[in-house]
Design a binder for this molecule. Structure first.
Ligand code: C2O
Ligand code: CU
Length: 465
């Protein structure tokens, strides 16, 4: 652990840690800057029936405000969101604001940051996001069941001056495991799910539909925000011949937009894309998931038609909004590893198999358990994850962003931060981070069955000295 030590000697050489912290300075703000605007709304979680999937039948789901995906909340950076939440489910629940740096008490983790909201109960979430970007919210109680049943929604925090895209579109990617009655298969955390990469469904949807279509016009510039809300499935979308650039990953902007060449979108990940359609564009582009090359999946279609075409002179030319401050951290791998985490499985526990972090399975949000790691805000940390299993583990940290430094010891130069990184079977990844927000934060696998079966722990961030 490295504290920020500001030397007094004018010509003192900086330590490597000080250089890493200098590179990080200004990456994202320490504090929220509330502008006084407050958006108040009610969110109710309740069972309902909806004509989802191909629209031919009624699917019994659990939904926020009667919709799946739940309502897309859109605010501006500096605005405050006040959500009066009511639980009308037959189970306790909470709302976790995935990727949003919130005060610890608003993080929606049962027992750790708040009591679970019992059936009939209420809770008020009030947050002023510190970062603009694409975020999402979902329960943190029995998530493998509650998220699978349809409880998730998107939170968009717009820039103070949003770029003038012709359209700003959200695609929530999910899959559903349906039984013969075309209803949600009612057994959760099955041995099969637990032994593999969680629950992978037999129907894939974008925004709850199997036939989502994005209509564009020649000359358009569209911002497309992808969110993976699946329990376990990884998507690797292929946009064919379209001109696509990555603007942001997990909410935060890149240094500059980079060409899209495929991305493993694991549960929890978000991706903001800038799609440019030439003035002569036309036709239909299927968007296909190629995570498993031998078993590809149709996700949605993008259709360009000439109706309302603009004249070539008016082609949209503005700089992509990506302007993130992302440290290069080339010296980060020379730093000692702060903490190593071994990811593995063993027999036992209430599900018959337990997923472990350093040989411990997290039992029911046990708030009495000491944190796996205590860090001081404003210090550089290098965390190393070694996956001793052959399964996938998208590791997610609450309350902080990190940079991927290496995979299997080979430096990786991703020009962006993340809050979730996919660790493949038998792989070791190194992350660098500087926590800024004090509190007790969860760290867990975002394959929700793995998390339910123990692959969770807590990290403590102490206030800066
Ligand atoms: Cu998407 Cu612990 O959360
Ligand atoms: Cu996992």
């Amino acid at each position: 652990m490295v504290a920020i030590a500001l030397g007094t000697g004018a010509c003192r050489r900086r330590s490597p840690e000080e250089r890493l912290l200098r590179e990080f300075a200004g990456a994202y703000p320490t504090a929220a800057r509330p502008n006084g605007t407050i958006h108040e709304l009610d969110i109710v979680a309740a069972p309902t029936e909806l004509p989802l999937l191909d629209g031919s039948g009624k699917l019994r789901v659990w939904a926020y405000n009667g919709q799946v995906p739940g309502p897309t909340l859109r605010i501006r950076l500096g605005d405050t969101l006040r959500v009066r939440f009511t639980n009308r489910l037959p189970q306790p629940t909470t709302i976790h604001w995935h990727g949003v740096r919130v005060p610890n008490g608003m993080d929606g983790v049962p027992h750790l940051t708040q009591p679970p909201v019992e059936p009939g109960g209420t809770f008020v979430y009030e947050i002023t996001p510190k970062d603009a970007g694409t975020f999402w919210f979902h329960p943190h109680v029995r998530s493998s069941e509650q998220v699978e049943r349809g409880l998730y929604g998107v939170l968009i925090v717009d820039d103070e001056r949003p770029a003038p895209y012709d359209a700003d579109v959200v695609w929530v990617l999910d899959d559903w495991l349906l039984d013969e009655q075309r209803q949600i298969f009612g057994q959760f955390n099955t041995m099969h799910d637990l032994m593999h990469d969680g629950r992978w469904g037999n129907v894939i949807t974008v925004n709850g539909r199997t036939s989502e279509r994005l209509q564009a016009h020649p000359g358009d510039r569209i911002r497309l925000r992808l969110v993976n809300s699946a329990n376990g499935r990884i998507f690797k979308p292929d946009f064919g011949g379209l001109d696509v650039r990555i603007l942001a990953v997990d909410g935060l902007y890149l240094r500059e937009a980079i060409p899209y060449r495929g991305f493993e979108l694991a549960p929890g990940n978000r991706l903001d894309l800038d799609i440019r359609f030439g003035t002569a564009a036309s036709g239909l582009q299927p968007i296909v998931d190629r995570f498993y090359e031998q078993q590809t999946n149709h996700l949605a279609d993008i259709v360009v038609d000439g109706v309302g075409a603009r004249d070539p002179a008016s082609e949209r030319s503005f700089a992509p909004p990506a302007h993130g401050h992302v440290p290069a951290w080339r010296e980060a791998l020379a730093q000692p590893v702060t903490k190593q985490f071994r990811l593995n499985a063993r027999r036992g526990g209430e599900h018959g198999i337990e997923w472990t972090i350093n040989d411990a399975a997290f039992a029911g949000h046990d708030h009495a358990a000491p944190p796996a790691l205590t860090m001081r805000a404003g210090t550089f940390q290098r965390l190393q994850f070694t996956n001793l299993s052959y399964r996938l583990h998208p590791i997610h940290l609450h309350g902080m962003f990190f940079r991927l430094l290496a995979r299997n010891g080979v430096p990786v130069d991703e020009p962006f931060f993340r809050d979730t990184v996919l660790v493949h079977g038998q792989e070791t990844v190194d992350l660098g981070l500087v926590p800024l927000d004090a509190g007790r934060w969860m760290m867990h696998c975002h394959i929700l069955e793995h998390a339910e079966a123990g692959m969770m722990t807590t990290l403590e961030v102490l206030p800066p000295t």
